[in-house]
Design a protein around this ligand. Structure first.
Ligand code: ZN
Ligand code: ZN
Length: 347
């Protein structure tokens, strides 16, 4: 089967591999679609210390169960359309026992420690069934939209810390798909204003077409910190979400917050991207700083529900669908900024 594989020297290769063989408790998934995540692009650019050598990548995956082994719960059947929440907890550590399986001491993730969805078939690990990471999708014509449950779930996780309310001015750094998901969630929560700060005029144009109610600020042309102060009558933003991997955005996000503001450092930084955070801002202005990493199975199911009820329309963010044999081109297109969100499909 065709598979897109990560190697430690930082190279991705399209390879022919044999269809994996199930062990007890596992299932074989015929992959319907798997979308390319921002973290996949980061790995493509900078490599990753977290992904095993020779691993098939891709973690935003949906498919049809094609074979079941003994030991899988009787709730699942061959032919079921399912998605897999990719971050799989051990079930026994302190974080798992308190429900925060994404913070597991021995977290294993699809596309990192398990083979992922950029292939024709993928094994669903027994642990994924055991931990409730496998969930059935509602019947729809096009299942590819549910690949976006995972990025949406990560945004839901971040916003669960931010106590976003109707009077809030929310600022998001980065107009990529995740920045847009954050904006959609904030709008769904009925906030006062949503601003997106983004240095690329091209990307602003693209995102502005999809998000009518958002104010966009071009940080290359405008002093975004001063602009947010001006737009909020001097108060500053109640919430800032850093949906990009840029240290300066974290610094700016701190500086444009209102008193008692909340900030989510959503995008992880790569090795050479530094940021300066003034802890006296946190102290004197009573600012709360939140980290966030991945999402739980529950948040993935919540995201699926929001997509299903059309509370968040995700279809418009899928700029292009590529066949698996075109995946190299898909990475080139996203890396070059030509495409916002690409989904790899097996037709
Ligand atoms: Zn992802
Ligand atoms: Zn655990």
């Amino acid at each position: 089967m065709l598979s897109y594989v990560y190697f430690k020297d930082g190279k991705f290769k399209l390879q022919d591999r044999s269809i994996p063989v199930m062990q007890a408790g596992e299932a074989l998934l015929k992959v319907t679609a798997c979308s390319i995540c921002g973290t996949d692009i980061r790995t493509y650019r900078f490599g990753s210390t977290k992904i095993d050598d020779g691993r098939i990548i891709g973690h935003e995956v949906v498919g049809v169960i094609s074979e079941l082994s003994d030991g899988v719960s009787a709730d699942f059947h061959v032919g079921d359309h399912i998605a897999v929440a990719p971050a799989i907890g051990c079930g026994v550590c302190y974080s798992c026992k308190s429900g925060h399986t994404n913070m597991c001491d021995d977290l294993k993730t699809i596309g990192y420690q398990y083979d992922g969805g950029f292939a024709e078939y993928m094994l669903i690990p027994a642990q994924a069934f055991k931990m409730g990471n496998v969930y059935k999708l509602p019947q729809v014509e096009d299942y590819t939209i549910y690949t976006l449950s995972e990025p949406l779930a990560c945004a839901i996780n971040a916003q669960s810390y931010l106590h976003i309310g109707k009077e809030d001015d929310v600022v998001i750094f980065g107009s990529g798909i995740v920045g847009c998901m954050h904006a959609e969630l904030a709008l769904h929560a009925g906030v006062k204003n949503v601003f997106i700060i983004e240095p690329s005029a091209e990307r602003i144009r693209e995102a502005a077409e999809l998000l009518e109610k958002v104010h966009f600020i071009n940080s290359r042309e405008t002093d975004s910190v001063a602009e947010i102060r001006r737009m909020t009558s001097g108060k500053g933003a109640d919430v800032a979400i850093i949906a990009c991997s840029v240290g300066q955005a974290q610094t700016d996000g701190m500086n444009l917050l209102a008193k008692r503001g909340r900030i989510s450092l959503f995008g992880g930084l790569t090795g050479d991207s530094m940021c300066y955070i003034d802890s006296n801002l946190i102290h004197y202005r009573e600012i709360s700083v939140y980290g966030v990493h991945a999402s739980t199975p529950e948040q993935n199911k919540q995201a699926m529900g929001m997509i299903c009820r059309e509370e968040i329309c995700v279809e418009k963010y899928i700029s292009k669908r590529y066949d698996l044999n075109e995946i190299e081109q898909a990475f080139i297109d996203i890396n070059g900024g030509k495409v916002m969100k690409a989904v790899i499909v097996n037709r």
